[in-house]
Design a binder for this molecule. Structure first.
Ligand code: AMP
Length: 364
């Protein structure tokens, strides 16, 4: 079976690496000539709107998926005329716009941060008495890893913040005083079979995920599963999905969902019986999903901008290194390392070692 993927970055690469043992072949469409998934499948180099290449992708693939959520929805509709594409276009349509997304989440009865449309500086100023300070101004579209976001601490920040996001249509959100940030990842197959992973506890800096730790019996697990189940059902979802959540006391506040495999689930490669990548492939092929049982204490540390010396990382026992084969660039995710161990003491030591190594190499 051939899986087509829009995008040939590290997520596409990890999907292909998970699919090889199942005998799957991969074809990617990505405009970047040197893409890190290119050596694990066939790479069509060209624009996502190139109809000839899209047709070739649909001809050669049995099922198509994507690794990023900014795929134009009309491309999905075009491909779908020939070859099934999962996750469904509805997930993209809703997830691509922060206001549509938050309205959708609230419509499902899920709590979100207070938010207001800010399509002009005047509208932003008018929203602030209700939203209050601190707050975050975010572009409605195309924001990721904290890009297109500005923190607002007082009325004096508004004009500069509006300038900083370059007058783009935006949403202003109340700042959630969270105790923890977590995410839940789940997979749902074409037939509707569902599997949930243990909640991941996540640390971000400057809006970018740094450390994701698998939890065991997290008190928010059941509530997080209810949230993501509600979303998957409403979207008639197929594939792996991630939901980012803020924990405030006993309450979960939904931040955003990603209709794809997710950085906070990379620890599932070594830390789970079946990884989020393999379950995504199983889901879109309508195969039985694999067990999501944990294999011990597991965590993932991202390396951004630079990667610590390979020998140092490989000298740590029960640490697994994943290099994405990408050129180093400031603020770019280049690699991650996973910890998987049965010893809580060793786990704690390894978390300290990896965060320390990451701090020294990080240039974001
Ligand atoms: P996002 O792009 O919405 O995932 O935001 C990136 C990161 O910024 C989140 O993981 C949080 O650490 C922080 N953040 C975003 N929105 C809020 C909010 N409303 N309240 C508190 N922190 C936030």
């Amino acid at each position: 079976m051939v899986i087509g993927i829009l995008g040939a970055g590290q997520l596409a690469r990890m999907l292909a690496l998970a699919g090889k043992p199942l005998g799957l072949k991969f074809i990617f469409l990505d405009p970047t000539p040197i893409a890190c998934a290119a050596d694990v499948g066939k790479h069509l180099i060209g624009d996502y709107t190139d109809k000839a290449l899209l047709t070739q992708l649909a001809d050669e693939a049995d099922v198509i998926t994507y690794e990023f959520e900014n795929v134009p929805v009309d491309i999905i509709d075009f491909l779908n005329q020939q070859t099934p594409v999962y996750p469904p276009a509805k997930a993209l349509l809703i997830g691509q716009d922060r206001i549509t997304e938050k309205t959708f989440l609230q419509g499902l009865g899920l709590a979100t941060a207070p938010f207001s449309d800010a399509s002009s500086l005047a509208e932003l100023q008018a929203s602030m008495p209700e939203i209050g300070y601190p707050a975050i101004l975010k572009t409605r579209r195309l924001g990721y890893d904290g890009k297109g976001q500005v923190v607002l601490r007082s009325a004096a920040d508004l004009a500069d913040a509006w300038e900083a996001i370059k007058n783009a249509p935006a949403v202003v959100e109340g700042f959630v005083p969270f105790d923890r940030e977590i995410s839940i990842i789940a997979s749902r197959s074409v037939s509707g079979e569902v599997a949930y992973y243990p909640v991941s506890e996540n640390n971000h800096e400057k809006g970018i995920l740094r450390l994701a730790q698998s939890t065991q019996d997290d008190p928010m697990q059941a509530q997080a599963e209810r949230y993501i189940h509600t979303i998957m059902t409403a979207l008639d979802y197929v594939g792996t999905i991630a939901l980012e959540l803020f924990v405030v006391g006993e309450t979960l506040i939904a931040n955003e969902f990603a209709p794809r495999v997710h950085n906070s689930g990379h620890w599932t490669i070594e830390g789970s019986e079946t990884s989020q990548f393999e379950n995504h492939l199983r889901a879109v092929m309508d195969m039985p999903l694999g067990s999501t049982d944990s294999l011990g204490y597991a965590a993932m540390q991202n390396f951004i901008g630079n990667v610590p010396a390979t020998e140092k990382l490989l000298s740590l026992s029960q640490v697994h290194l994943h290099l994405y084969d990408k050129a180093a660039r400031k603020g770019r995710k280049l690699a991650h390392a996973t910890i998987r161990t049965d010893s809580l003491e060793h786990y704690t030591d390894l978390i300290s070692s990896l965060t320390e190594l990451a701090k020294h190499s990080d240039d974001s």
